[in-house]
Design a protein around this ligand. Structure first.
Ligand SMILES: Cc1cc2nc3c(=O)[nH]c(=O)nc-3n(C[C@H](O)[C@H](O)[C@H](O)COP(=O)(O)OP(=O)(O)OC[C@H]3O[C@@H](n4cnc5c(N)ncnc54)[C@H](O)[C@@H]3O)c2cc1C
Length: 215
């Protein structure tokens, strides 16, 4: 069995210079709707699930043998289209929260934290109207804050969902981070929603983690 690090290396291509840090630095360009085109059945492998599943296993060295040593318990179960989008989320007397208002590919596992975040923000906004604040103002703030606080996660999800090989820089970053427990903790903090993405994947922070590894 190969180590996680070896698998990462096997799946990385040195030519690719795209980094999550670059995307985050670039800021949130994708608003209202991004990547919404529905994939066709052939592209998603729905026409021959068994063949597509086993072909995908071959992408990770050794995984086919590991899976072959077990047996399948039940039929394949998939999900419907997974749009990456921000819907208009407030209007006169109504508001959307959670996936209804903002949905992204689940590959980063951030949807539940973001659903709670939007519920919290909306509850605060509604509560603020008890002191006489106009409802439209409060709902407008809710939408603005939700968009701001989820923007970086949206970029990260779009980047992760492409399933592109890691760049040289990110590969080196994860290798260096593996020996720095506080950095590992912050990386997982991003996925739970407790750490802002910029605090970890900014260009200066990546440089600092690499420098620490080389010192
Ligand atoms: C395959 C997959 C894996 C995922 N993995 C993760 C993960 O690991 N970590 C993570 O954080 N997130 C993950 N997510 C995302 C996460 O599930 C969602 O972001 C989260 O559940 C959104 O919560 P929600 O309350 O907004 O919507 P939902 O959980 O979808 O709840 C909406 C509810 O409303 C009900 N409903 C819909 N229409 C009506 C109606 N007209 N009347 C009454 N009820 C209605 C639905 O049946 C549903 O129960 C994953 C998503 C998918 C698809």
């Amino acid at each position: 069995m190969q180590s996680f690090d070896e698998l990462r290396t096997a799946c990385s291509q040195p030519e690719d210079e795209t980094a999550v840090g670059d995307l985050v630095e670039a800021g949130g360009e994708h608003r209202e709707s991004a990547g919404g085109a529905a994939p066709d059945a052939e592209h998603t492998g729905r026409t021959d699930l068994d063949r597509s599943f086993h072909a995908a296993l071959d992408l990770v060295p050794g995984l086919r043998d590991t899976v072959a040593s077990g047996h399948r318990e039940q039929r394949f179960v998939g999900t419907a289209d997974l749009p990456n989008q921000y819907r208009t989320s407030v209007g006169p007397g109504w508001a959307l929260l959670g996936d209804a208002g903002h949905h992204k590919d689940p590959s980063t596992g951030m949807g539940i934290a973001d659903a709670f975040l939007s519920a919290d923000l909306l509850a605060e906004a509604i509560h603020s109207t008890r002191a006489g604040r106009p409802v439209d103002d409060a709902l407008g703030d809710y939408r603005h804050q939700r968009d701001q606080l989820t923007a970086d996660g949206f970029e990260l999800a779009l980047s992760t969902a492409r399933l592109a090989p890691l760049s040289n820089r990110l590969t080196a970053f994860y290798r260096a981070a593996a020996a720095q427990p506080e950095v590992v903790e912050r990386i997982f903090g991003i996925l739970s929603g407790s750490v802002p993405i910029r605090d970890v994947y900014s260009v200066p922070n990546i440089a600092s983690v690499l420098a620490q590894a080389n010192s």
